[in-house]
Design a protein around this ligand. Structure first.
Ligand code: GTP
Ligand code: MG
Length: 201
């Protein structure tokens, strides 16, 4: 079973406040809805990151994503506002590369993932950053994610390389592990904090 396998579209609230279901369909000042796309080489762990975030699970036996898969998750922030992430988890295999614009077009957030044990995947992440700079929304929020941080002994991409590349490109940087859950919620919480807020009417 792959990490994205048949995970249902679920809404879960975290933190002290509960969801106001009447507001789920639309964005307002307190309840944002954002389109988020994950991009990156095949095997870096995109689907596992989503599965960990949405269902709190990790599946070590993985199937590649075909085309893309969609899940959503709502988080409650400390100020009692909520953010509903509508997540497009794209397929990293080269044969699906031409489909990517269908998913990143109109996305408010792009999460670009590499594997800290794979320099090739770091190069591929830089390709996606450039592609989004050329063809993504001009105000897109980009996060650079070094995943598989649990595999320290096999690390080939120094954290400093990720930090520097992200800084140069105005991105937020974090290292995660979908396996241990390290920094997975923090990734989405940090993104939520960076979203432009609608002014209350
Ligand atoms: N050790 C470790 N393995 C991970 C981690 N995240 C994912 N994996 C493993 O990496 C493999 C690929 O994970 P996926 O999430 O399917 O990769 P993907 O980026 O979605 O790949 P595509 O769908 O082909 O684009 C699986 O065997 C996972 O179990 C992690 O944080 N640590
Ligand atoms: Mg996948």
């Amino acid at each position: 079973m792959g990490c994205a396998s048949s995970a249902p579209d679920r809404t879960v609230s975290r933190g002290s406040s509960s969801l106001n279901s009447a507001n789920e369909g639309a964005s307002d000042a307190k309840n944002l809805k954002v389109k988020l796309v994950l991009l990156g080489d095949s095997g870096v762990g995109k689907s596992c990151i989503v599965l960990r975030f949405v269902r709190g699970q990790f599946d070590p036996t993985s199937k590649v994503t075909v085309g893309a898969s969609f899940l959503s998750q709502t988080i409650a922030l400390q100020d009692s506002s909520t953010v509903k992430f509508e997540i497009w988890d794209t397929a990293g295999q080269e044969r699906y590369a031409a489909l990517a614009p269908l998913y990143y077009r109109g996305a408010a957030v792009a999460v670009i993932v590499y594997d800290i044990t794979s320099p090739e995947s770091f190069t591929k992440a830089q390709y996606w950053v450039k592609e989004l700079q050329k063809h993504g929304s001009p105000d897109i929020i980009m996060a650079l994610v070094g995943n598989k941080a649990d595999l320290q002994e096999r690390r080939e991409v120094p954290a400093q390389d990720g930090i520097e590349y992200a800084e140069k490109n105005g991105m937020f940087f974090i290292e995660t592990s979908a396996k241990t859950a390290d920094n997975i919620n923090q990734l989405f919480e940090e993104i939520a904090k960076r979203l432009p807020r609608l002014l209350p009417s």
